[in-house]
Design a binder for this molecule. Structure first.
Ligand code: IYR
Length: 228
């Protein structure tokens, strides 16, 4: 049972969660790592419907992310409307066509060869849901007053990572898609002046048969430096 007390004039609640002995921690973290390691970005979606309440749960999970001064500076726009998905696809492909043909460097295009992407984005219409993550660069009162948000990119990045983990937990798949530039999303979805598009994430079941590139993840020595 959690207890509550006033600290510096604000209500606090006791933090009392389970802790684990080292062996159990080792098991739990190893299991969790294996499970996260089995997540892959998927570009081939089934059009099979996904229950709406599942998408709500995913967003609630993402929205538990820590954020600067607990401002939760994000809006998850959920698009299932076929006409809107078609408009988003059309606009995204237009930008991507331009990027692949005229804006991306040779090195960049070369780096993407192993992933096999191009300007075609059929998944934007096939996936049952597109979650468009917007960051709120500031908050807007009803009367139009602006309020600062803090560490917005960090906060929204964390929430997006948690969203991807939640999607994996559901047994669904996603793609962190970054059409560039992305401002068309703000216009198409009629978002307010304080919001900027951050990521476009199609969500759904994987297509019947899906292949993903055989990628290696860096070993611990390459992703960490220890100062004992
Ligand atoms: N935004 C483009 C290009 C692209 C860029 C990176 I970095 C990727 O990892 C994958 C794709 C697209 O979505 O195709």
């Amino acid at each position: 049972m959690s207890t509550s007390k006033i600290i510096n004039g604000f209500e606090h609640v006791s933090y009392d969660r389970d802790t684990y002995a080292p062996e159990e921690m080792t098991q739990r973290t190893s299991d969790f790592y294996s499970w996260l390691d089995s997540r892959r970005s998927v570009r081939d979606f089934s059009n099979r419907p996904v229950p709406r309440n599942v998408i709500e749960n995913l967003i609630l999970a993402a929205s538990t992310a820590p954020s600067g001064a607990h401002k939760q500076p994000w809006t998850f726009c959920v698009v299932s409307n076929p006409e809107m998905k078609a408009k988003i696809r059309q606009a995204a492909e237009q930008e991507e066509y331009e990027s692949y043909n005229n804006r991306m460097s040779e090195e960049w295009l070369d780096d993407l060869k192993k992933i096999g992407t191009d300007w075609n984005k059929p998944f934007l219409e096939i996936a049952p849901y597109l979650i468009v993550v917007f960051k709120k660069v500031f908050d807007l009162d009803e009367d139009g007053t602006k309020h600062t948000n803090y560490y917005v990119n960090e906060s929204v990045g964390l929430a997006s990572g948690m969203l991807l983990a939640a999607i994996h937990k559901a047994g669904l798949v996603a793609l962190t898609h970054t059409p560039s530039p992305m401002n068309f999303l703000k216009n198409l979805l009629g978002r307010p002046e304080n919001e900027r598009p951050f990521l476009l994430i199609p969500v759904g079941y994987p297509a019947e048969e899906v292949y993903v590139p055989k990628l290696e993840r860096k070993p611990i020595e390459q992703v960490s430096q220890w100062y004992d």
